[in-house]
Structure formats: C-alpha cells, structure tokens
Design a protein around this ligand. Structure first.
Ligand SMILES: [Zn+2]
Length: 222
C-alpha cells in the first residue's frame, strides 16, 4: 500500500499586540519590527515633509529571501516607476546622480548575553541613536559621501548616531541598499534601528531611536 507523504512547515507567531514597554515606555516590543518599523517611520516622514521637497518612499517585498522577485528590490518596479516620471532621459540621469537613497533596515544591537558577537568599537546600543552600517565588501552600500550627508542632517538637529561594522572574521548581513544602488546608480546609505532578538517572533527596539530616525529624515535638506 502506498503511503502518502505530507511535507509541512511549522512557523511560530506571536499573537500579542505591539506594545511600548519599559519604565518610561523606552522600548517597542513587537513581531516583525524588522522591517516594519523602518517602513512605518519612512511613511510618517514622507507624510511630514512639504511638497517642494522631492522625496520618494518605497517599501520592497521579499528582502529576507534575497529580493529577487517582481515586488522585490531586485525586480524592475522601482526603476520603471522612476523612468515613467521623467520623459526626458537626460533629466532621469540627472535625477539618479543628484539623489540619495536611504536604505533603512534594522541593525543588531549588542546583546548582553553575547557581547563577543560584536566588534568592541562597533556595538550599537538601544536608544543611543540610528546606526550607520558600513561594509568594505559592499554588503552595505554606504560610502563616505552618503554617510557625511546623513551625518549632516542628524547634526543639524543634534541627533546622535552610531556606527556598525561587522566583526571582520564573521559574515555580514545585507540589505536592499546594494541591490538598488547597483540597478539604479543612485548613491546610497545603509542605516538601521538597533534591535534585540532580530528575526525572533518578538523583537525589541528603542522608542527614542525610531523617533530620532523620523526627525533626521524630515530634517533632510535637498
Ligand atoms: Zn531581517
């Protein structure tokens, strides 16, 4: 007799609602903060800037599985959408060379139980500022020009920043930053909000960090 073989996958979900936690609501505890938190902050920011400031917000699907899809950053959606905005090719090229892409994803905060996983000089802490991510192998797309532009915006409103470089003897994660930078030729910075328990069913971020990113994005000058 043939036995039917059933393949199944077990996924765990946190059924609790997102919440501010901590003595002074210092933290945000929720499922999928990576990367709904940056999406939320980005959406709020673009709703807060004036119409004269040209700004585009894009939230891409499938980042956790490589971004290779029609709705992922490796697809043609963003490029096609931008090209449709400019009937003149030279104007399109001018836009790509004068624009800045801010690729916002979460960053691993140093974990009190596993501090050795971070380089001592590059150990982001929760509620100590937005993290600028750098990787010489271009796993992050940040470069000196884009970093200085981001630092300039943060400095103009006295918001703190932190730096992250992965331990050089360990692999480095990546984001959609290098993918869209390669496709479009737009200078990019990779930044993120420090997170504990990233990719667990309930992650933890800092309330101040999320608010700080919002303020930096809104303060950006053309
Ligand atoms: Zn992730």
């Amino acid at each position: 007799m043939l036995k039917r073989c059933m393949l199944s996958e077990l996924s765990f979900y946190d059924t609790g609602k997102a919440a501010f936690i901590g003595l002074h609501d210092d933290f945000i505890g929720s499922a999928r903060l990576d990367n709904l938190l940056s999406c939320y902050v980005g959406m709020l920011s673009i709703c807060s800037v004036s119409d004269e400031k040209p700004m585009l917000f894009i939230a891409s699907d499938h980042e956790e599985v490589g971004s290779e899809s029609t709705s992922g950053a490796g697809g043609s959606f963003l490029e096609n959408t931008l090209k449709r905005m400019f009937s003149d090719y030279d104007e399109y090229m001018q836009m790509t060379r004068s624009s800045l892409m801010i690729s916002a994803d979460n960053a691993h905060a140093i974990h009190p139980n596993f501090p050795s996983k971070h380089d001592k000089e590059h150990s982001p802490k929760i509620n100590a500022g937005v993290v600028i991510k750098v990787n010489a192998n271009q796993r992050y797309a940040s470069n000196s020009t884009t970093i200085s532009r981001f630092m300039d915006s943060a400095k103009s409103i006295n918001e703190p920043l932190q730096n992250f470089v992965t331990r050089s003897d360990m692999g480095c994660g990546s984001t959609i930053g290098p993918i869209t930078a390669t496709r479009l030729g737009i200078d990019t910075i990779d930044i993120g909000l420090p997170t504990l328990g990233m990719h667990s069913i309930r992650e933890l971020c800092g309330s101040d960090d999320a608010h700080s990113l919002y303020k930096i994005l809104v303060a950006f000058k053309n």
